[in-house]
Design a binder for this molecule. Sequence first.
Ligand SMILES: Nc1ncnc2c1ncn2[C@@H]1O[C@H](COP(=O)(O)OP(=O)(O)OP(=O)(O)O)[C@@H](O)[C@H]1O
Ligand SMILES: Cc1ncsc1CCO
Length: 256
Amino acid sequence: MNFDIIKEVRENTPLIHHLTNQVVMNFTANGLLSFGGAPIMAKAEEEANEVASIANGVLINIGTLTSQELKAMIQAGKAANRKGIPVVLDPVGVAATPFRSDAVKQILKEVHPTVIKGNAGELAHLVEIPWKTKGVESIGEGDVEEIASKTAEIYQTTAIVTGETDIISTEKSIIHNKTGHILLTKVTGAGCLLGSIVTACLTTNHPIEEQTLSAVKFYGMAAEFAASQKGVTGPGTFLPQFIDALSLDADVLERR
Ligand SMILES: Nc1ncnc2c1ncn2[C@@H]1O[C@H](COP(=O)(O)OP(=O)(O)OP(=O)(O)O)[C@@H](O)[C@H]1O
Ligand SMILES: Cc1ncsc1CCO
């Protein structure tokens, strides 16, 4: 974990253009603000180019996708690629319907994501490995490393597969992260907010292995810290503590 990456995000407050789902917009904006970034939620095709061109990073999350939003995602992703700023793709629920699956194929044809992040079921679908899913959730079991490395290889990107152990695969390396807390699976959008935090970390000037590992590790440490706070008895009491913990220094979380 490279503490400088978290520090740099906070010094620079990168503007992150979110084309994300309706379920998690508010939670994501609050979580990113607490972490030290600047969120803007903008999903109209009419402004996709302009917003992406003033942003430092773009997050594309297809959780509640519509055909109109798909056009905006492609525009914003292409603008980000042209500008050379990071693009993170979170193919939420991609295995659930042909509409989502076709949409992600179209995005991947036109946009090159810096990182593809999702749970095992989502990324397994992208690399045609059979996996059990239930809506937006992954309920299967199997070789998660294979899913991560195939995603990285096929899409020439860095893959993050989230779960009890997060797996990061670049074209050259596989990294494991074990921080996290089971309560993250009991609140909606924990994966979605992580996508935003990963995007913010990608705006710093460090190797991608360090940026992605620092993001997932810090995020898991914040969850562990929040869950250990007095009065946390379940998902509802965990949430505000988690938002608070995202604003802390990494060494404070580590000393827990
Ligand atoms: N069993 C677990 N124990 C600890 N942490 C976990 C566990 N499962 C997932 N996490 C953590 O929860 C966060 C979200 O991962 P998850 O795989 O649940 O995302 P997701 O399915 O995309 O979530 P969502 O769709 O709700 O946004 C990650 O930081 C991950 O490390
Ligand atoms: C529950 C849900 N449905 C579509 S997006 C979303 C948020 C978590 O992925």
